[in-house]
Design a protein around this ligand. Structure first.
Ligand SMILES: Nc1ncnc2c1ncn2[C@@H]1O[C@H](COP(=O)(O)OP(=O)(O)OP(=O)(O)O)[C@@H](O)[C@H]1O
Ligand SMILES: [Mg+2]
Length: 289
């Protein structure tokens, strides 16, 4: 396939933790997973990957910790190019899969969360402490004796996040972290993501169809289409670009749709770009004052 992608980010940035340099991935059956993919993760940021089904979000995420290797292009993590010698990549970049059952396998929650750190050459007691610390950080310390297969979907998601967090990675990539969760558990996961960034200094990559969540919590949004990133920027600039969002097969977040609808209805033009419900409420309040 002809690579029509024009790369504009392939120069390395000093604050980069991950740099994906024009990577393509062709699956064994010939399907194109990603193509001319350029992506970076900076220190202490939340980056949202938003794109329709089949656009390449999961394929990209699986490249970030070496689960998949690029067919062409390269991935650099913490300044080191990923190759077969970079076997400890999972210490730097943890991945939380969309299906928790792909990740959980041990007889108890505690065993599961202890599995990663024990391979890092620490004692059983230190390992246990790391696992409990991680379970506490996600509010799941009450689950440690339970069998993972008996947990609810929301509880499994928390345990998966703890399993990755226990290894103290620099970056955690989460594939659809709030899919299948009720609003309360989705909000819990959202708060955990913010807490990981703000209090643990971890950068988070989320692949999500929940554009409202992406608008609320991300520092940067990347729009993924046909295997590449076609636009990126702050949520307020990306999500107010109606043409971009629609041509990407997405729908603007509810807050944006409501605000644009109110402005149109009242015939008002304003230069505000509210992106969270709080910002929208303040903006509407200032309109009617
Ligand atoms: N194991 C595989 N073998 C062959 N093709 C694959 C495989 N995994 C993904 N693909 C293909 O790669 C492309 C990108 O898929 P990917 O799962 O990365 O998309 P996605 O953006 O995560 O989609 P979704 O939003 O549905 O999760 C799709 O065309 C898909 O059919
Ligand atoms: Mg996916």
């Amino acid at each position: 396939m002809k690579n029509e992608h024009v790369c504009n980010i392939c120069t390395a940035d000093a604050n980069e933790l991950i740099h994906v340099d024009c990577a393509s991935h062709i699956y064994p059956d010939g399907s194109l997973g990603i193509h001319g993919m350029c992506f970076r993760v900076l220190e202490k940021e939340i980056v949202a990957l938003c794109g329709p089904n089949g656009s390449g979000k999961s394929t990209l995420i699986e490249h970030l910790n070496g689960l998949l290797r690029p067919t062409s292009g390269s991935i650099t993590v913490m300044g080191k190019k990923l190759d077969l010698s970079h076997i400890n990549i999972w210490r730097d970049v943890g991945v939380v899969f969309q299906r928790s059952d792909d990740q959980l396998f041990a007889p108890t929650v505690l065993d599961d969360v202890m599995f990663g750190p024990i391979n890092m050459g620490i004692t059983i007691e230190q390992d246990r402490m790391e696992a409990i610390r991680a379970l506490k950080a996600v509010g799941a310390e009450n689950l440690l004796d339970k069998m993972p297969s008996y947990l609810s979907g929301g509880q499994k998601r928390l345990v998966c996040i703890a399993g990755v967090l226990a290894m103290r990675p620099k970056v955690i990539a989460m594939d659809e972290p709030t899919s299948d969760l009720d609003p309360v558990h989705a909000e819990m996961v959202e708060n955990i993501i913010l807490n990981l960034k703000n209090n643990h200094g971890i950068s988070i990559v989320i692949a999500t169809h929940d554009l409202d969540m992406a608008a609320r919590i991300s520092d940067r949004v990347c729009i993924v289409k046909d295997g590449s990133i076609i636009a990126e920027g702050r949520p307020s600039s990306i999500f107010y670009d109606k043409n971009l969002i629609e041509k990407s097969g997405l729908r603007q977040p509810n807050v944006v749709q409501i605000y644009e609808g109110i402005k149109k209805n009242l015939g008002i033009s304003m230069e505000n770009y509210p992106i969270t419900a709080d910002e929208l409420i303040k903006t509407i309040a200032s309109m009617i004052r």
